[in-house]
Each structure stands twice: as C-alpha cells, then as structure tokens.
Design a protein around this ligand. Structure first.
Ligand code: SAM
Length: 734
C-alpha cells in the first residue's frame, strides 16, 4: 500500500441494504401471525372441538386474519418496517430508529397505518398538497409512481414534511427539460429513442435534499434522454449508431439483453447534493434489487410500472505491471495481459457482441488493508473498500467486487461508463478508485485560493453565457481575445489544428530545456539524462467560480465533465483495456480529462522507486506544458498526475503513433498560473461510433527505455519493429 494513500471513499448505500430479506418476512410473520393463531387454537380447544379440527380452524383463522390485516406478509412487496432494513437519507424511514425487537403492537400499528388509507386516498392527498404549488395531476402522477416504487411501496417517506420529496422531484424534473436547441442541433433538442445517453442530472445545482426521479420516453414531460443543462454539446447531439447496446439486466438470464431502438425505456436518474466534489456519500442509491420491484395485487393502476435496472456483476483482475517511462512528460504503465491468451480468443467482428463478465470477488484476507490499496507480494493491488453489488447474503467483509461493470465510475460521472469484454475473458481492468477530479496526494502545491485570482484573470462583470456577449470577456485574453470553444462546446477548428500541429511537428515549436530536468531525475535520479525539452503548449482558459457567468456559460466545458457515451473494452490487438466512444463524435468534442492524484516530482520519484521494488506499474503525466515560461526545475514544484490508484476513464486511453484521434489540451480552470492545469482530451477529428479513442503519448520507441511494445497499428508507427515490417511488406509488394 502506498504509505500515505488517502483513505478510501466511504461505501455507498446499496440496494441490498434496503432489501427486505425473506428471513425478515418470515420473522415478522412469526412474531405477529403465530400468537394469533395459537390463541384461536386454544379458543377452539376450549370450545370442545377435536384437536385436528381445532388445528384446522386455527390455521384457517390465521389465514383470514392475515388476509384482513397482514397483507404485507403475504404480499411482501409492501414494506415491513424492520430493524434489519437500513435506510437512505432520502428514505428517512421511521423504522431505522426502532429497537431491534419492535413490540408487536407497534409493528401492527405501523402496518395498519401503511394500509389504512388506500392508495387512491393517499394519491388524492398527495395531489391536494401539490396543488398549491401549481403542479397538475399529470405532472405529479409519473413522479409519484416512481417514488412509490423507489421507496418500496411505502408512502411514509413520500408524505413526510408535507410531501417535500415529491415536490422536489417534480420541480427537479421540470428543471431538467431539454435545453433550447443549439443552432446546429439536428435533434432540435428533442430526445431520440435511439440515443442512449443518460446524463445524470446536474450535480452542481443546489438541491435541498437528495432525491430520485425518473424519465420516460413515453412521457413528454420527462424525457429519457437528457441534455446537460451546463454543457453546450452532449452526445445527444451526435448520431448514435448503436442499434442494440448490449446490457444485462439483473434477475434475467445471463444472456445479454438489448435495448431495441423503439422500445420504451425507463431509467433512474440520481440527483446529488450540491457537492461539486462528487462525494459518493451524498448519492442516493437507486434500487437495483429486482425483488424490490415486485408488484403486489394491491397496486392501483397509477402506481404500476417497475423499472428494469441494468446491473452487471464485477470481477477482479490479475495483471502484470512493469514500470516504464517515456519522453515528453508521460510516464506510462504496463498493464497488458501478456501471453496473448485473451488475444487469441479474440473474434474478428465489427459489431461488438458482449458477454457479461462473471461476478467474482476479491478475497478479503488482509486485515492490514483497511485503507486504500494493499500491495501483495505478487504486487497485485487488492481493493479493500469496494462496493458490494452481488451475493448480499454473504458478509460484507467477504464481498469485494472490484468494478461495477455497468458503470466503472460508480456514479461519479454524469454518464454511465460500462466495461465490456467481447472476448469471453473474465478479467476486469486494473484496480483503482474512480475519481472525477484530480486530488492532491500530499505535498503538491495547487494554489486555488480565490484571493489569488485577480479581476484580470476572471470576468466578474459577466453574466449568463460569455460566448453570447457582444465582446469577448477577459477570460478569452489567454486564447488571443477569442474563446477556444464554439457555442456548441467544440474546440474551434483553428485552435485545435494548432494544438495537433504541436504534437505532429514538435521540432517546429518552442521547446524549453531545463538545467536539471525533473522528468529525467524521476527516471534516473543518480545520473539523469539531459533534458529532452518540454513543448510550450497552447492553453484553454475556462471561466470559473470567480467569474460572473453561470455554469451554463459556453466557456465552461471541461469542468462540466463527461457528456458522451464511452465504454471501457478489451482490445483485440493486445493493448489490454481501451476506451471507445459509442457515438459518433464531431471534431473538437471534449471527451474526458486525464484524472489522477497530483504528485510532486519528489513524490513521483518515491513512488517509482517503491513501485520498482514491488515490480509495480505506474502511468503518470507530467504537468510540464508551461515549464518554458515558468522555468520549473525544482522537484517539489514539478507536478504530475498519477492515475494508478485514483483515476478516471482517461487512464484507459491507449497510445497511437502520430495519427491518434484525440489531442491533449491543457486547460486552466481554477488556477491563474499554469503550474497546475487540467489535462483534457478532445477529438482531433470526427470519430466514428465504436472507434477506439487513442492519444499519442509521444514515445519514441527507439531508446533503451521503451515503455511497451507498440501495437497501435498506425502506418506511422514509430516502433522500429513495426516500421521494419512495413518496409519489408512494401519491398515484397513492389
Ligand atoms: C494508460 S494505460 C492504457 C490502458 C491499458 N491498456 C490498460 O489495460 O489499463 C497505458 C498502457 O496500455 C498499454 N498500451 C497503450 N497503448 C499501447 C499500444 N499502442 N501498444 C501496446 N500497448 C499499449 C501499455 O501497456 C501501456 O503501458
């Protein structure tokens, strides 16, 4: 385990926590049903009936009583308040504060209370409460139905605080209406059933309490496919060419299910609290347990409609990881599955067919590993605080699924990012904690105090969308008085081409040479090579908190996070896992950031040594884009990003020599200097749906320090072996 690794994120509340186990139901039946049955048995006995008849009558009586009063026991979809059922914030279930052995009378009262008012009456009451807010029955019905299902057919949390959750959810749903269409928006802002982008709702808006609501393609008022309120461009704008996106629905067969283009789809959306840091503890876990979706015969019409939920099991991974490094600021890790056994299993196919990854669990045998990673003797990191997502009947400590294959971000991102393996292997990507934003590891100096940001570095007087202002505001100063983004949220062609040219023709661009290069020192502290130069790169400067504009400002793209549909997949070329887009992406589209722990070069060096000892891998990116003007040369000033333990999907972007489809652009968001910045991936050209996303790491592949055997497949591949092969093929062909 890295000595100072931060504590792992807290465990998210899971569906299993809320599930009512059959045992709970049996216990409750026993506690309540049996005493009644016995008393009637005795009564019958006293009445002089024969024993068998008494028994029969007693049982009959119990059945009648159960039918009259204890429907929940027979139709367990109505929740039974139970000490074993934990609750979420949103649920605020009264049962959570109850003693473990509730008195029978209390329990009976609660149950009667649950069934007292019929659903229709309660529906009417709910409507009465919504009326003063100007909410119509039509607006209320689908949301109420959803909440009712979500709270396990329990009215109490819905009715609490004068239906506050219901009102919040309806208002949230109204706020989430599609944005007005962008000028070139082909879909005119309307959702298309073919698109599968399910943006999570805006996690930065102030929301009084966490709440869930649903979207339904059949309901005009709550469209399924959401567009980001903040983002100018989302994948809803792109052509979605995936007719059948394979998913597995829990509780159904292990065969992948497909969402048919015109099939009505329901999706749960999770609203988070106004926590920009994506604190997982503030996320409401939407229910995934199919058991909670059972319909009881008591359901009234308006409350019908369980939501199928996507839930794939997860699997651990075994990887060999070699330390390696590269030039140009990037130090990469070896995370390939050597031996090519997986590769051999690869089936040539254009249309990806996906097998669900079997559910496996990491064995929790290491008690020292309560926090973060543990590096075992075999140098494989073991996750200790992951989310439990399957086999809830086993103790938590034994259940450590490593990745949520339905969404590797585990809800951190606004879109779900599934993991698929088309080649039948059960392995999962390398283990790491998913973070949406960079985090300082320990000593890195990332000065984001507002006091440091002068008026000249922000646009305090702006409001709304800076891109629409008659004159570009001061935030455009750093990009030559023009914003780098178009109103659709794409990087402008000219700006993008200049950024690409820096990578394609480095010799034509300014390079800064350090006297004592931190990068070279991180490779070989004792005898560092001379600095190979750091390219002076073009920066984008986004508006930020100190600016007067809002989150809807078009000069805020990277800070809004991922909006396109991505997928982590296993490459067939032997590069290990990769990242691909499920939609066609236009040139200039923002894909994702390269996120990791922010380390100083000193810390990087320590990690490298430590990892070398344990033959572990690293893949770090040096934040050297402005060293030319800053003159950084001290190790504790040089910063880098290390996504080895904490990172995002950016860590899956593989290398491609020269003609990669992504370009990296440094983006300044919250710091006026360029000492620290965001490393953002943008589409260097139009990218087809299902194309792998690649980035030129800038490796030469001809030195002694080769990070990996390049298998990029590019005709410009710099791997000497591949270029020799190409040369031979060319001569034999000619
Ligand atoms: C940033 S990671 C990319 C994700 C990685 N493929 C995985 O499975 O986690 C970089 C590592 O991926 C592999 N890789 C990336 N590009 C490659 C390429 N063109 N050829 C072979 N391996 C590559 C190398 O092992 C490299 O160290």
């Amino acid at each position: 385990m890295p000595p100072d690794s931060p504590p792992p994120p807290p465990r998210l509340p899971r569906a299993e926590d809320e599930a009512i186990s059959p045992r709970t139901i049996l216990d409750s039946r026993w506690r309540l049903g049996f005493p009644f049955a016995s008393s009637y048995l005795v009564f019958m006995g006293l009445a002089g009936l024969s024993r068998p008849v008494s028994v029969l009558m007693g049982l009959l009586m119990e059945a009648c009583l159960s039918l009259l009063f204890y429907k929940p026991f027979i139709f367990p979809s109505v929740p039974i308040p139970s000490a074993s059922a934990t609750t979420t914030d949103a649920g605020r279930d009264a049962s959570s504060s109850s003693p473990p052995h509730r008195k029978r009378w209390d329990c009976l009262l609660l149950l009667l209370n649950n069934n007292m008012g019929s659903n229709n009456e309660r529906f009417k009451k709910a409507f009465e409460a919504m009326k003063p807010l100007g909410i119509s029955k039509k607006q209320m019905k689908p949301i109420l139905r959803h909440l009712y299902n979500l709270f396990d057919k329990n009215w109490e949390p819905i009715e609490e605080e004068n239906y506050r959750i219901l009102a919040d959810a309806i208002l949230d749903a109204q706020n989430e209406r599609p944005m007005p269409a962008a000028p070139n928006d082909e879909t005119n802002g309307e959702p298309t059933p073919h698109s599968s982008t399910q943006l999570r709702p805006d996690d930065q808006r102030p929301s009084a309490s966490a709440s869930c609501y649903y979207t339904d393609v059949n309901d005009n008022e709550t469209p399924l496919i959401k567009r980001s309120r903040r983002s100018r461009m989302s994948s809803a704008d792109f052509v979605h060419e995936q007719p059948t996106q394979p998913i597995a629905i829990e509780g159904m067969s292990s065969q992948p299910a497909s969402l048919q283009p015109n099939e009505p789809i329901r999706a749960l959306a999770v609203v988070r609290q106004a926590d920009d840091h994506g604190d997982p503890s503030s996320i409401v876990a939407c229910k995934r347990d199919k058991g909670l979706l059972l319909e009881s015969p008591e359901d009234v019409l308006f409350l019908n409609g369980p939501e199928p939920e996507i839930d794939l099991p997860a699997a651990p991974v075994a990887k060999h990881l070699n330390t390696s490094s590269s030039e140009s600021g990037a130090v990469h890790s070896e995370a390939q599955s050597k031996g090519g056994s997986l590769q051999k299993e690869a089936v040539e196919s254009d249309a990806p067919s996906v097998k669900p990854i079997a559910c496996k669990h990491a064995v929790d045998g290491n008690s020292n590993a309560a926090v973060g990673f543990t590096v075992s003797e075999s140098s494989e990191p073991t996750f200790q605080n992951c989310i439990v997502s399957c086999q809830p009947e086993l103790p938590l400590s034994k259940q450590r699924p490593l990745h949520d294959v339905a969404d590797i971000s585990k809800g951190e991102e606004r879109v779900s990012i599934p993991i698929v393996n088309e080649f039948g292997s059960e392995s999962c990507p390398p283990l790491f904690y998913y973070i949406r934003k960079n985090l300082v590891f320990q000593s890195a100096y990332v000065h984001t105090s507002l006091a440091r940001i002068g008026n000249e570095d922000c646009c305090t007087d702006c409001s709304g969308d800076c891109l629409l202002a008659p004159l570009p505001c001061s935030c455009s100063r750093l990009t030559g008085g023009e914003f780098a983004y178009t109103p659709e949220g794409l990087v402008k062609g000219e700006f993008l081409d200049e950024c690409i040219a820096v990578n394609h023709f480095p010799e034509k661009h300014n390079k800064f040479y350090c006297k004592a290069c931190p990068l070279e020192r991180s490779k070989n502290n004792a005898l560092p090579d001379p600095c190979k130069g750091h390219l002076a790169r073009k920066f984008i400067k986004e508006c930020w908190s100190k600016c007067g504009c809002g989150m809807q400002c078009g000069n805020r793209v990277v800070q809004c996070g991922i909006t396109c549909n991505l997928q982590v997949f296993f490459t067939k070329e032997g590069k290990g896992w990769g990242l691909r887009t499920l939609d066609e992406l236009p040139k200039g589209a923002f894909i994702c950031e390269y996120v990791g722990e922010i380390l100083t070069n000193t810390e990087l060096h320590k990690r490298t040594v430590q990892n070398e000892k344990r033959s572990k891998h690293v893949h770090q990116v040096l934040l050297d884009a402005n060293w030319g003007s800053e003159g950084v040369s001290r190790d504790e000033e040089a910063l880098c990003l290390d996504p080895t333990f904490y990172g995002n999907v950016g860590r899956f972007v593989n290398h491609r020599c020269y003609d990669s489809n992504l370009v990296v652009i440094p983006v300044e968001v919250e710091t006026p200097d360029r000492h620290y910045y965001h490393v953002a991936f943008f589409a260097a050209r139009k990218i087809k749906a299902f194309e792998e996303l690649t980035w030129d790491y800038g490796i030469d592949f001809d030195g002694t320090d080769i990070a990996f055997e390049c298998m990029c497949g590019s005709k410009y591949c710099r791997n000497p072996k591949n270029s020799r092969k190409r040369a031979r093929a060319a001569t034999s062909g000619s």
